[in-house]
Design a protein around this ligand. Sequence first.
Ligand SMILES: [Zn+2]
Length: 98
Amino acid sequence: MGEADNDDGLSWDDLQTQREAQARRSAQLSPAEREALRKLHLMHCPKCGMELSEITFRGVKVDKCFACGGVWLDDGELEELAGKPGFFEALRRLFAGA
Ligand SMILES: [Zn+2]
C-alpha cells in the first residue's frame, strides 16, 4: 500500500475519498442553497472573512487578503505558477506582502 502515498503522507485514495464525500455533500444542497453559499463567500477570505483583492501575480490572477496576508489560488493556478522560472522567489515576496 505504501507506494500509493505521496511525500506529504496523504495517499491518493484519501484525497479521492474526500473529493467524493464533498461531492455528495454538495449534491445534497438545492440550487438555491448553493447560490446562497456562493454569494456569502464569494471574494471573501476563508480565514478572516474580509474582502479579497484580485491581483495579477506573474500573469495569473490570484486572490489576496490584505487583512491577514492570505493568498488563495483557484484550481490549476498553482500548477500554472509553479511552471514559471523564478516562481519560488516571487512566491516568497508575495507571501511577505511586498
Ligand atoms: Zn484574510
